[in-house]
Design a protein around this ligand. Structure first.
Ligand SMILES: NC(=O)c1ccc[n+]([C@@H]2O[C@H](COP(=O)([O-])OP(=O)(O)OC[C@H]3O[C@@H](n4cnc5c(N)ncnc54)[C@H](O)[C@@H]3O)[C@@H](O)[C@H]2O)c1
Length: 377
């Protein structure tokens, strides 16, 4: 079992990565989250497609927690539209009904949507109760469950969805990454997680990128022997960056590599992109924008990234038109730009392992990124 520790202000997060961990849920909560005998637990469970997460992984965790007695639970749909205040209120209503006090523990098991929304509910209940996350997607294991960001989306006036506009930093005490659960993850969702793993490798440096390239065939086969090491390496990159800059006043922004483009794409809900798919496109756009800004010479890195994304089965371009036309996407970025005080900020690569936050870029540079991923029909 791999173990990472992350100290986020007053909270120490222990991140455990291995196999067969959910079945050991009670033991791990006692040893690594300080669970005591009369502490109440509320389980927020991702339903999963055809309830596969609730019926398999959720049940296993519930069975493991039987020793605790009186565990309450709610089952939630993992949809961006349900990553909302309504869902937070539903959890708060449940907590009220079961008489959850300030010593209570909220445990979420599921993907990034359920972990984000349940984490936000935990941050607000009685001004904050302890949180444990058991991520069940690759993306959530290496990214969403680490670093304390919780939150919900808000509808935008233009009909789109403002991602994560309301939220709080509320780090989990314990994150249990049981790689066995990845066996049931849909192929599209599994691939989406690889985009964040590639992003972490690009940020970390050549050694990580070479390891990513080497491990990819085995990871794509979901070899249970390979996954824990692969997840641990990728999660470790996020841990070390968040440790340096928990509240994103500096280096944590590097984790937004490709994300300004990704968020604009994601806000166009009719494109129906998963977060990781939007990040994949954003990585290609960031490479091209870096070339246009003079940070990268030539397209060597862009080609390497595109080649790896192809191997992962992730999109590297989308047909232009409708919500994916340059005008529409520029408009979304313009709105985003306003919220950043009129500046376009992109996180761009100068080289593998040399990622920079660049402000005040010319429109031509930003558009070069869009041109790389919008395919004329
Ligand atoms: N808090 C953060 O720092 C952070 C970072 C990155 C992303 N996010 C957020 O995470 C969300 C995306 O999360 P995600 O990629 O984990 O996807 P998700 O939560 O949308 O889940 C994807 C699908 O997989 C299903 N699923 C989950 N685990 C499964 C399993 N083991 N087997 C079968 N099906 C399973 C879910 O029910 C859902 O249908 C976005 O809302 C994004 O904004 C948050």
């Amino acid at each position: 079992m791999h173990r990472h520790e992350l100290v986020f202000e007053q909270t120490r997060t222990t991140i455990l990565i291995g196999r067969g961990l959910i079945g050991r849920g009670h033991e791990l909560l006692v040893t690594d989250a300080g669970l005591v005998p009369d502490q109440r637990i509320y389980l927020a469970i991702d339903a999963g497609p055809e309830r596969i997460v609730a019926d398999r992984h959720g049940r296993l965790l519930e069975a493991a927690l039987e020793a605790q007695g009186g565990v309450a639970r709610g089952i939630f749909e993992a949809a961006e539209s349900a990553k909302s205040m309504e869902t937070v209120e539903r959890i708060w209503d449940d907590l009220l009904q079961v008489g959850m006090d300030r010593r209570g523990l909220l445990v979420a098991i599921g993907g990034g949507i359920v972990c984000d929304v349940a984490g936000f509910a935990a941050s607000g209940w009685m001004r904050g109760i302890d949180l444990v996350l058991a991520p069940t997607t690759l993306l959530c294991m290496v990214d969403a469950a680490i670093g304390g960001k919780t939150g919900v989306n808000r509808p935008l006036a233009n009909g789109g969805l403002g991602k994560n506009l309301v939220g709080a930093f509320w780090p989990a005490k314990l994150v249990i990454c049981d790689c066995d659960v990845l066996a049931t993850l849909g192929p599209r969702e599994f691939r989406a997680g690889l985009a964040e793993c590639l992003k972490h490798a690009l940020i970390d440096g050549e050694e990580s990128l070479v390891a990513f390239e080497r491990d990819l065939p085995s990871v794509l086969e979901r070899n249970p022997e390979t996954l824990p090491d692969f997840v641990a390496r990728s999660a470790g990159v996020k841990v070390s960056i968040v440790q340096r800059d928990p509240r994103e006043s500096g280096d944590r922004a590097l984790l937004n590599l490709g994300h300004t483009y990704a968020h604009a794409l994601e806000s166009q809900v009719d494109l129906e992109l998963l977060h990781g798919e939007a990040v994949a496109l954003g990585l290609v756009a960031a490479c091209r924008a870096a070339s246009a800004a003079g940070l990268l010479s030539g397209r060597e890195l862009e080609n390497r990234v595109t080649g790896l994304l192809d191997r992962c089965g992730l999109p590297t371009c989308i047909p232009a038109g409708g919500s994916a036309d340059l005008g529409a996407l520029r408009e979304v970025m313009r709105l985003d730009k306003k919220s950043l005080g009129g500046q376009i900020r992109l996180v761009l690569p100068r080289a593998v392992g040399q990622i920079e936050v660049v402000d005040g870029l010319a429109d031509e540079v930003v558009d070069a990124g869009w041109a790389a991923i919008l395919r004329a029909e």
